[in-house]
Design a protein around this ligand. Structure first.
Ligand code: HEC
Length: 159
């Protein structure tokens, strides 16, 4: 065996051991069961709400606008915008007693995915706009992002 391939084998072994230490479920699915997935997606949405709500307060003038704080929240939202959606596939496929997700999600998966992508895109644009520190250019991007939340909740979340 050449030295380089010995190194490659050694590196693979390290990666395997590290991965095993963190992977509790024995399957490829990241969630142990449906409740686990529901908890995951709801927790992600509550982090989204926390950050979005703070930005909403500044956009509406209820909280004094602070460009740095707004930018931090917008940056967090950008990253969080992907997180809940892993919790809708695999074990999270379907509705549980503790979930407000509607069955229409899985009947219209393509549309639901498009709506989640529209949200990702809007959150990215909001984060970019927030770098200007100018509320006049931030406001329309904030409103556009808010619409993507609403457009998905309308058909896919119970009130
Ligand atoms: C592509 C669809 C989609 C988008 C976009 C979306 N949501 Fe949701 N949201 C859902 C669904 C579905 C649920 C219900 C999840 C459940 O209970 O299983 C939910 C739940 C929530 C909850 C309740 C969480 C809890 O604790 O039960 C909040 C708060 C929330 N969303 C806020 C937002 C905000 C704010 C945005 C935009 C910034 C947003 N969502 C964008 C689909 C979406």
């Amino acid at each position: 065996m050449r030295f380089t391939s010995i190194l490659a084998v050694a590196a693979t072994a390290v990666i395997t051991v590290t991965a095993l230490q963190y992977s509790a479920p024995a399957t490829a699915d990241a969630f142990a069961d449906a409740e686990d997935a529901v908890k995951y997606r709801q927790s992600a949405f509550s982090l989204i709400r926390e950050n979005f709500g703070h930005m909403a307060g500044m956009v509406r003038g209820e909280i004094e606008f602070d460009a740095e704080s707004f930018q931090k929240r917008a940056e967090a939202l950008k990253h969080l915008s992907y997180i809940p959606f892993d919790g809708f596939s695999g074990a999270g496929h379907g509705v549980t007693e503790n979930s407000d997700a509607l069955p229409s999600i899985w009947e219209n998966w393509g549309d639901f995915s498009e709506k989640s992508e529209a949200f990702n895109k809007a959150a990215h644009e909001l984060a970019t706009a927030s770098q200007s520190g100018d509320l006049r250019s931030i406001r329309p991007k904030f409103m556009a992002t808010a619409r993507t939340c609403q457009q998905c909740h309308e058909g896919y979340r119970a009130d």
